[in-house]
Design a protein around this ligand. Sequence first.
Ligand code: AMP
Length: 459
Amino acid sequence: MTSNRSHGAGHSGHGAPHGERNPKAASGAPAAQPAAAPAESGFAGLGLSDRLLRALAECGYRTPTPIQTQAIPQLVDGRDLLGIAQTGTGKTAAFALPTLDFLADERAPLRPREVRCLVLVPTRELASQVHDSFRDYGKYHTELRFAVVFGGVGIGAQQKALSRGVDVLVATPGRLLDLMSQRSVELRDVEVFVLDEADRMLDMGFIRDVRKIIDCLPKDRQSLLFSATMPPEVVKLTQTILVDPLRVEVTPPAKTADKIDQCVYLVEKAEKRELLAKLLEDGKMFRTLVFTRTKHGADRVVRSLKAAGFAAAAIHGNKAQGARERALAAFKDGQVPVLVATDIAARGIDVDDISHVVNFDLPNVPETYVHRIGRTARAGREGVAFSFCDAEEREYLRDIEKLIRRSIPIVPEHPFRSRVPVSAAKAPAKPPAAERPAGPPKRNTPRRGRGRARARRGS
Ligand code: AMP
């Protein structure tokens, strides 16, 4: 059974006039309508349709961002992608543009509750943004239907929007599972699957839900995974869902800002908290961002600082949105001079005059060190970065120094100095190989191609 594709109330279609079709999509012939896109568009060589080029021109996009230049031509060919990129890099257009053309080119009447492209995102804010982007870029793909679903709002309108099938569904995992359990949506015909901000999914505790959803997808599909960092769980996920992916990384290790005064404290692990309190005593650290590896670690540091009489707050994925916002506001306006964060949570922190960054735990991915300390010395100001290195972390320190091509001065005298001599430090267990971005996974299934699900069902 198939449905009539005309737009109607209930789905979350875009606002462009109904019925407009791009002849190119249907026949391969040059588009007569809309008018040809500006010839000078930097997007012209990427293999996108004229109607997309026109929509992009209207969005004011002239030049593709690096992730767009690298990813789009290969995505147009149906390749899987691992995008190591964060918000702000243009990653949404990188996956939305080729997907829109593909969905239009391979059109067939939608089945009730069918989804052709599923985009999973961790938060409702991101869901709305991605949905808006699809509508903006797809304003001339008027035959396509888009919908967005997330929790915290009534489910009825979402069920209705899905009832006639959609070409693109942007969803948060929890609400999607609810809709699946009510049989309001059907994923067996998904041709393109996008997992956005995979590391944040992990941080917010959604990874199990994500796996449940992936289990309901057909094997034969194109898959794209985006993540700003590559913790081991995310690497595992890439190995299960991507086949021979193109790997694009657009957070190149920035050079360590010259203006940052860096030093390292070799310290006993158990005494790091006391060392931090001691450093805070001198009063120069008026706005300090402290990085810990784990959420529990962040909470422990805050508790010990409070016990020592310092105002401090933690910000990480276990905190409710409201608590995060309050902590951030208090940090920004100076009420709380110390903010303790995990790497992922810190990404959303946009505070310019951070006086000090403290690496309470050294990161085992050296690029993370560069990103962390780059939070200080912004806008040409001077900044200071202290790193606490226990005996187990010394190999991480060597990796960092290799990356930044300089050694970080060791603070010679302090009360909590490590009792393990520099040369005798035991190497830590090799950092999870998985922490490092994976190479191409071994392929144990034949190359998958988009559109097979559709071909299989004979439409
Ligand atoms: P994203 O990383 O997808 O969240 O995109 C970040 C911002 O960059 C969004 O506001 C986009 O609208 C904008 N953007 C994406 N690609 C381009 C481009 N090629 N030219 C100008 N702006 C862009």
